[in-house]
Design a binder for this molecule. Structure first.
Ligand SMILES: Cc1cc2nc3c(=O)[nH]c(=O)nc-3n(C[C@H](O)[C@H](O)[C@H](O)COP(=O)(O)OP(=O)(O)OC[C@H]3O[C@@H](n4cnc5c(N)ncnc54)[C@H](O)[C@@H]3O)c2cc1C
Length: 141
């Protein structure tokens, strides 16, 4: 398998290894360019790629048509930088302070509810508590 300088496996837009349609690589171990730039090693990318791979495999085994190539959708970022203070960026929206912190609390709560219900897997960075400083979460909701 061909890898980039960081040792990540170069994959095709359907997340498979060239010449191996049965091998999928997603997340931090995958190297995929979008619009000429490599996708970042963040949870949003890993989660969207995981969902895509699952959907594609399901469609293959049920003899349905292949989905369009994977395309990462950047929903934005949030970071808590203190008690009651956060920054939020999503598209052209930039919010900071208490409103961003309230939005972060709401997203975190929804994320945990979904995780507890089993609809999304646990992610390592979500082990931090809601009041830990410098916790960034991806807008995956
Ligand atoms: C300290 C830190 C903070 C981060 N903060 C953020 C953040 O705020 N926001 C954000 O979006 N991203 C963040 N990231 C990045 C994010 O965690 C990763 O991009 C994301 O977890 C990648 O998901 P993954 O499934 O590819 O890999 P991982 O989440 O690393 O999952 C890989 C899994 O494979 C298991 N594994 C490894 N080797 C084997 C093996 N041989 N056999 C079986 N299992 C194995 C590992 O135990 C692990 O459970 C952070 C990363 C770190 C390290």
């Amino acid at each position: 398998m061909e890898t980039d300088r960081a040792g990540r496996v170069r994959i095709q837009p359907d997340l498979t290894v060239p010449g191996h349609p049965e091998i999928f690589v997603a997340g931090d171990t995958a190297a995929l360019n979008q619009d000429g730039k490599p996708l970042a090693g963040v949870a949003q990318v890993a989660m969207q790629q995981g969902r895509y791979a699952g959907r594609l495999i399901h469609r293959r085994v049920t003899d349905k048509s292949e989905p369009r190539p994977f395309r990462y959708v950047d929903k934005g970022m949030m970071a808590v930088v203190g008690q009651g203070y956060a920054v939020l960026q999503s598209g052209t929206v930039h919010i900071k302070g208490a409103p961003a912190w309230l939005a972060w609390r709401r997203c975190t709560f929804c994320f945990w509810v979904r995780r507890a219900s089993g609809s999304i897997p646990a992610a390592p960075y979500t082990r931090a508590g809601p009041n830990d400083p410098a916790v960034t979460i991806a807008l995956t909701l």
